[in-house]
Design a protein around this ligand. Structure first.
Ligand code: GDP
Length: 459
């Protein structure tokens, strides 16, 4: 429910990261924002200045100058929160920002709660809920793809899809409800087969969005890429080369990498989460046996598998057996013929018949660029990443979509069993409710608190 009046109190928070910096920005929002700053600002009368202007001056606590600052004015409703907003750019010292914050608090501002600026922006109609949530995702984005997805959502791409679904459903709900008004006359305004078609189309759209969630998670957390292979194949060496740092223990004693080592690297704007596993081999050694079991577990979590083998000690037939024994999950994989620097031309040639095969020397890094290129190609072949389609990244949206889908199923079931219009209308209203939760057309205080408390203070 949206309040009809704007908030009465003026909130304040540091808008930039804490710590030392060239400048820091303190932001105020609310009816007293301009007057609070004006009361301690020496330079000009801020109350008399137009919106979207900058003003240089000093901030004083009584006679003491705390800092020289630049004040930016944004007058309601032309601001982020649609309230009066003042941003004070000061020198980026934690001492100065603390003194300024204390002064403004004494003059009547209140410390903002986490996400309160964005919550006000939402409540005042600046954007819908899914867009507000994308603001947090945008701040958290750290690769080209997470950035692209968050930006699209913040600019309303995802919301528009959800709203389009709602509009179609509302149309049908009203047709079905119109029927109810004429129930005596036994008329059908809402064509049942058209309704069925609409529901199945909606279900398809929602199923696609639900499926995209998995990809959304992969984007956020990195493509889980398992590096597997026998001991000494060069897995740790490859991981180090990909990460460009010494992380995994490299040794020539087989089975040294006993545990699972994980790290992330970005290649071509995509975040990969590389998982190095203990060598895969039958062993009596219990510690390593646990490692092997873990490898199999990790393989189940992989979206991509890099299977490494030592091209100088492995025969094609052995490789086939290893792969068969491993039972790779149904995910894309690359076979990596490692240690090509030590291999004879005949050894290299013997693997020519394998698909998805890359030759590499993890030790000398020869072939590393080509491997990285192949990795990108495998991932880019996934149209969810390259296409312009909407990707759901938010668990809350995913759950609301699931509930919508369940309710749609009920509508279909109702149509199949010849349910009367009033029951159908109730099920359609449930779909509308769940879709409305995503964009915030329908909200509760709990829901909003839950969302905005996850934001940082100052956003
Ligand atoms: P892991 O058991 O699969 O993790 O294998 P390691 O990465 O520990 O490597 C085992 C041994 O092979 C180490 O002595 C590495 O230096 C060596 N090694 C790994 N990759 C190459 C390579 O491409 N060429 C050569 N010559 N040696 C390599």
């Amino acid at each position: 429910m949206l309040p009809s009046t704007l908030a009465q109190d003026t909130i304040i928070a540091l808008a930039t990261a804490s710590g030392h910096g060239a400048i820091a920005i303190i932001r105020l929002s609310g009816p007293e924002a301009v007057s609070i700053v004006n009361g301690v600002f020496k330079g000009k009368n801020l109350q008399a200045q137009p919106s979207h202007t900058l003003h240089f001056g000093t901030i004083r606590d009584e006679d003491k100058i705390l800092d020289e600052v630049v004040v930016s004015l944004f007058k309601a409703p032309a601001s982020y929160t649609k309230e009066d907003v003042v941003e004070v750019s000061c020198h980026g010292s934690p001492y100065i920002t603390e003194q300024l914050l204390k002064l403004f608090l004494r003059k009547g501002a209140r410390l903002a709660e986490p996400g309160e600026f964005t919550k006000r922006a939402f409540l005042n109609g600046q954007f819908d809920l899914a867009q507000a949530e994308a603001v947090a995702d945008l701040i958290a984005s750290d690769s080209a793809l997470t950035h692209q997805v968050a930006m699209k959502q913040m600019r309303g791409g995802f919301s528009q899809e959800i709203k389009a679904l709602r509009v179609q459903l509302i149309h049908f709900a009203s047709m079905v409800e119109l029927e109810l008004d004429f129930s005596e006359e036994d008329v059908e305004f809402a064509d049942r087969s058209a309704l069925r078609r609409l529901i199945t189309t909606l279900q398809q759209l929602i199923t696609d969005l639900l499926k995209s969630f998995e990809m959304g998670n992969v984007l956020k957390n990195g493509v889980p890429t398992v590096i597997a292979g026998k001991p000494n194949a060069g897995k740790s060496t490859l991981l180090n080369a990909l990460l460009r740092e010494e992380k995994a223990i490299v040794s020539d004693i087989p089975g040294t990498t006993r545990d699972v080592i994980e790290d992330e690297a970005q290649l071509g704007g995509i975040r990969f989460r590389f998982i190095d596993t203990a060598g895969l081999r039958d062993t009596q050694d219990t510690v390593e046996a646990i490692g092997v079991a873990r490898t199999k577990q990790q393989l189940q979590k992989a979206s991509l598998v890099l299977y490494l083998f030592d091209v100088t000690t492995t025969l094609p037939e052995q490789l086939r057996e290893e792969l068969a024994a491993l039972q790779l999950p149904q995910v894309p994989y690359l076979l990596i013929a490692n240690k090509k620097d030590l291999a004879t031309p005949a050894q290299l040639k013997s693997f020519a018949g394998f698909e998805h095969l890359v030759y590499l020397s993890a030790g000398t890094k020869e072939g590393l660029k080509e491997l990285e290129q192949s990795l990108l190609e495998v991932v880019n072949a996934n149209e969810a990443l390259t296409g312009d389609r909407t990707i759901v990244t938010n668990l809350r949206h995913f759950q609301s979509l699931q509930k919508t889908n369940d309710a749609l199923q009920e509508v279909l079931h109702g149509l199949d069993t010849g349910l009367t219009g009033d029951w159908l209308a109730a099920d359609i209203r449930r779909c509308l409710f769940y879709l409305g939760e995503i964009t915030g057309d329908i909200t509760t205080d709990d829901l909003l608190d839950n969302i905005f408390t996850k934001f940082c203070i100052g956003k």
